[in-house]
Write a protein that binds this ligand. Structure first.
Ligand code: C2E
Ligand code: MG
Ligand code: MG
Ligand code: MG
Length: 291
């Protein structure tokens, strides 16, 4: 019996594994055509100033809608893109699209910045800083209006190399954000050595106060102070409740992002919000179509 059960388990495991491999293979071959077939688009999630909640920027988030596979989440397809080497082409598309949108908003008089997520592989491509400078020039976007987000996974690699890359990028005038800080293996010492401008506190830390009713949020508090002490701007990610917003504000954090202020939406929806802001009317209600 035990032997039979063991065998069944191995077979089940094998079947699951085969299915995963198949899915991966499908994603990879379909992703190869996703740009040409116009299946990729960007949504923009507002970044707000706290406590005013005025939108000051937006994070560009990639969406892939495939005719038969449906919506595939970035957490699933970005790793496939990274491993298959497709990420460089996709990343270039994202950067160009984001800059195009940013140029449009600036031309309309909106005072915003846009941030774009970078994979470590893109950062390490030959003369990536040069590519960024070219795209900015092509779309006539001032470099200070663009933020590039890197994660701590990129940080886990060769530090010297990374510092060199980030320094070159920053020399173009763009700002660098350290994304997802506090998730996984954060190193406090990285914060001091890395040439970054903005610290994005991961939503796992931001969600912390809710699990300890009544108490302040000690981790968020400490990270915000640390960031400010190091001269960084601090942005709290994944703010989803009023309690979380209150805790983050109490910690002195002046930038926020999360479902409480709005999910990622198509550019024109965010624009409507920015527009209301400029004409002094109330911001248009956010369509709640995510996640
Ligand atoms: P990220 O850069 O940390 O982006 C934030 C993620 O959290 C987004 O998921 C966003 O939709 C989600 N989020 C925002 N507010 C809330 C909230 O209040 N609650 C919860 N539960 N989630 C919230 P998304 O769009 O699925 O992206 C997942 C990750 O995929 C991103 O994490 C980023 O690492 C990566 N990614 C997305 N777009 C790109 C891209 O263009 N290039 C690269 N290289 N990576 C990307
Ligand atoms: Mg990000
Ligand atoms: Mg993040
Ligand atoms: Mg993330």
């Amino acid at each position: 019996y035990a032997k039979q059960r063991g065998k069944n388990r191995v077979e089940r495991y094998q079947a699951r594994y085969d299915e995963l491999l198949r899915r991966r293979g499908t994603l990879e071959s379909e992703l190869r055509h996703a740009i040409d077939r116009q299946q990729l688009r960007l949504v923009f999630q507002p970044v707000v100033a706290l406590p005013s909640m005025r939108p000051v920027g937006a994070e560009a988030l990639l969406r892939w809608h495939h005719p038969t596979l449906g919506a595939v989440r970035p957490d699933e397809f970005i790793p496939v893109a990274e491993e298959s080497g497709l990420i460089n082409r996709i990343g270039s598309w994202v950067l160009a699209e984001a800059c195009k949108q940013l140029a449009d908003w600036l031309a309309k008089g909106h005072d915003v910045w846009v941030s774009v997520n970078l994979s470590p592989k893109e950062l390490h491509a030959a003369d990536y800083a040069g590519q960024v400078a070219d795209v900015l020039a092509e779309h006539g976007v001032p470099a200070q209006r663009l933020v590039l987000e890197v994660t701590e996974h990129a940080v886990a690699t060769d530090m010297e190399e990374l510092i060199g890359r980030l320094t070159a990028l920053r020399a173009t005038g763009v700002r660098i954000a350290l994304d997802d800080f506090g998730a996984g293996y954060s190193s406090l010492s990285h914060l001091r050595t890395l040439p970054v401008d903005i610290l994005k506190i991961d939503r796992l830390l931001v969600a912390e106060p809710e699990s300890r009713t009544g108490e302040a949020a000690p981790l968020v508090d400490v990270v915000v102070r640390l960031g400010h002490r190091l001269g960084l701007e601090v942005l709290a990610e994944g703010i989803g409740t009023l309690a979380q917003r209150a805790a983050v504000e109490e910690a002195g954090c002046r930038l926020g992002q999360g479902s409480l202020f709005g999910w990622g939406v198509p550019a024109e929806h965010l624009e409507a919000q920015l527009h209301g802001l400029r004409s002094g009317t109330r911001p248009a209600p956010q369509p709640r179509n995510e996640p």
